[in-house]
Ligand binder design. Structure first.
Ligand code: GLA
Length: 357
C-alpha cells in the first residue's frame, strides 16, 4: 500500500450538448490540459485534512453520516467526495491533501466536479482500492448533489474517460463513452466572459429551476423519457401540445439540442467545421432564447468572436456567466485570443484521469 501519491484530474469544456445530460441525452465535451492536482498522504485515522492556496485550510472527521457545512464553503466539495466514497466503499482511512489547480474556478470548466473526482480518487488510491469507470459513475454524480446542484453526469465522465486529441461523446443510462477524433486544424478557444458562474451560489437555484422546467414535459406528452419522445421523429411538432411557456421553451431547447449533438458528431467525423460552427451558434441561440441561461457578457463574447472570423461560438457549461467555447481556423486563432487578453486560451483536448498515458 502506498503511503503517499499524486492524482491529476482535468477540467473539461463542453463543445455541444448543453443542459441535456440530466435528461439522459448525449453530449460532446473534451477534457482540458488544465487540471487539479492533489498530493496526498495516508493518515492513520479517519480525518480528512486539505489545504489549497487561496483557501482556508479545512479538516473534518470522515463518518458515514456526513452533512454539508455552510453553503459556499469549499469544505462541501471535500465532504461530497467523502460521502460519495462512503456510499459504496464505506468509511476508511483519511488523508492529508495538498490541492493545486491551474483550472479557473467558476468559469464553466468543471472545476467543482474535477475537485470532487480528485478527492475521491486520492482517497481510493490511499486506501488501495481500484474502482472502475462504471463504479465511479455510480456514485460521483449523485455525490455532487450533496453540494446542492442537481447536475448531470457529463462532467464526471468527461474528466475521467476522455482521450487526448478526441472529443468525448457521452451517452447516459447506461453511461457509454465514444471517442471522436478531432480532425487536424480544428481549433477550439475557451474565453471567459468575466462574469463568475459560482455554482454553489445563486446560479444553483437557476440551474435547478431549468432542470425542473423541462423534466415533466415527456410525461405530459405521454412518454416515459426524452429518448422516447425523440424516437417518434415528431419531437419538435409536439411542442405545441405544451401550454406552460417555461416548459414549452425548455422542452424545445432539449429536443433541438439533442439533434444538434448528433449532427455535430457527424460534422466532426466528416471534417466539416463550417457545419459544426453553425451548430454551435444555433446551440447558443437556443440556450439564450429558449432555456434563458445566457447573459449579456456571454452574448457579447459570442458576437465579438463571430465578428473577427470565428466559425462558431457558444456558451459552455451551466451558463449564467462563465466561459464560451469558440471554433476557428488555425489562422484566426491569434486574432481571437488577442480580442480577450488574459482571459482566453486554446483548448488542448487531453486525457481523462483514468486514461493512462
Ligand atoms: C453543469 C452540470 C452538467 C451539465 C451542464 C450544462 O456543468 O454540472 O452536468 O448539466 O451544467 O450542460
Amino acid at each position: 500500500m502506498a503511503l503517499a501519491g499524486i492524482v491529476n484530474v482535468p477540467g473539461r469544456v463542453n463543445l455541444i450538448g448543453e443542459h441535456i445530460d440530466y435528461h439522459n441525452l448525449p453530449v460532446l465535451p473534451v477534457a482540458l490540459s488544465q487540471r487539479i492536482r492533489i498530493t496526498w498522504r495516508l493518515r492513520d485515522d479517519s480525518l480528512i485534512r486539505a489545504s489549497s492556496p487561496g483557501f482556508p485550510p479545512r479538516e473534518f472527521e470522515w463518518t458515514s453520516n456526513l452533512q454539508p457545512v455552510a453553503g459556499g464553503d469549499w469544505e462541501n466539495y471535500l465532504r461530497a467526495a467523502a460521502a460519495a466514497y462512503a456510499s459504496k466503499w464505506g468509511v476508511e482511512r483519511g488523508i492529508d491533501a495538498e490541492i493545486e489547480s491551474d483550472l479557473p474556478a467558476a468559469a464553466g470548466l468543471s472545476s467543482s466536479s474535477a475537485l470532487i473526482v480528485a478527492v475521491t480518487l486520492a482517497l481510493l488510491e490511499a486506501n488501495d482500492r481500484h474502482a472502475t469507470f462504471e463504479e465511479l459513475m455510480d456514485v460521483l454524480p449523485e455525490g455532487e448533489h450533496f453540494v446542492g446542484t442537481r447536475g448531470g453526469a457529463m462532467d464526471h465522465a468527461a474528466v475521467l474517460a476522455s482521450h487526448a486529441g478526441s472529443a468525448t461523446k457521452i451517452a447516459f443510462a447506461p453511461v457509454r463513452v465514444t471517442h471522436i477524433p478531432i480532425p487536424p486544424g480544428w481549433t477550439f478557444i475557451v474565453a471567459d466572459s468575466g462574469k463568475s458562474a459560482e455554482k454553489s451560489g445563486a446560479v444553483r437555484e437557476e440551474y435547478n429551476a431549468r432542470r425542473a422546467a423541462g423534466a415533466g414535459a415527456p410525461k405530459r406528452l405521454g412518454y416515459a423519457s426524452y429518448r422516447d419522445v425523440l424516437a417518434t421523429g415528431r419531437a419538435v411538432e409536439m411542442a405545441s401540445e405544451l401550454h406552460d411557456e417555461r416548459e414549452h421553451d425548455s422542452y424545445l431547447h432539449v429536443v433541438t439540442e439533442a439533434s444538434r449533438v448528433d449532427a455535430a458528431v457527424d460534422a466532426m467525423q466528416n471534417d466539416n467545421r463550417v457545419r459544426f460552427g453553425k451548430l454551435m451558434l444555433e446551440s447558443h441561440a437556443s440556450l439564450r432564447d429558449q432555456l434563458r441561461v445566457s447573459c449579456p457578457e456571454l452574448d457579447a463574447l459570442v458576437d465579438t468572436a463571430m465578428g473577427i472570423g470565428a466559425l462558431g461560438a457558444r456558451l459552455t457549461g451551466a451558463g449564467f456567466g462563465g466561459s464560451a467555447v469558440v471554433l476557428c481556423e488555425p489562422s484566426s486563432a491569434d486574432r481571437i485570443l488577442a480580442a480577450f487578453p488574459g482571459r482566453a486560451f486554446i483548448a488542448q483536448p487531453s486525457d481523462g484521469a483514468l486514461t493512462r498515458q
